[in-house]
Design a protein around this ligand. Structure first.
Ligand SMILES: [Zn+2]
Length: 112
């Protein structure tokens, strides 16, 4: 099955939300934890840098928090890596159950 626009052959196609289509990809919890912890880690790293520039180095609490969040992101990264095969399968099932598509290039809509 190819996901291309039948009109302009663009690959920039997006699924159109359908009423009554309950099939959704199964997003693993580890992915949500991973995204959240990476976001938190970036925030902590930035505050570490800011503290380091504007005062005499980051506080011990901030350093401990950064280390803890780093460990959490590493663990959730490994968990997500294990979940990845199942996530791919559920994404494929979602793509196949999706009947209505829209092209972002030419706004063409079509049904499979
Ligand atoms: Zn198109």
């Amino acid at each position: 099955m190819q996901y291309r626009c039948p009109k302009c052959q663009s690959q920039k196609v997006i699924p159109v939300a359908q009423a009554g289509n309950a099939t959704r990809p199964d997003v693993p919890k580890s992915l949500m934890v991973l995204v959240f912890s990476i976001f938190l880690l970036l925030l902590l790293i930035i505050s570490n840098i800011v503290m380091w520039i504007f005062s005499k180095g980051a506080g011990t609490n901030l350093q401990i928090a950064t280390a803890i969040v780093f460990v959490i992101s590493a663990i959730s990264g490994v968990l997500f890596w294990k979940d990845l095969p199942n996530f791919k399968l559920s994404m494929q099932a979602f793509m196949q159950s999706q009947k209505a598509w829209k092209c972002r290039e030419c706004n063409n809509q079509w049904q499979i």
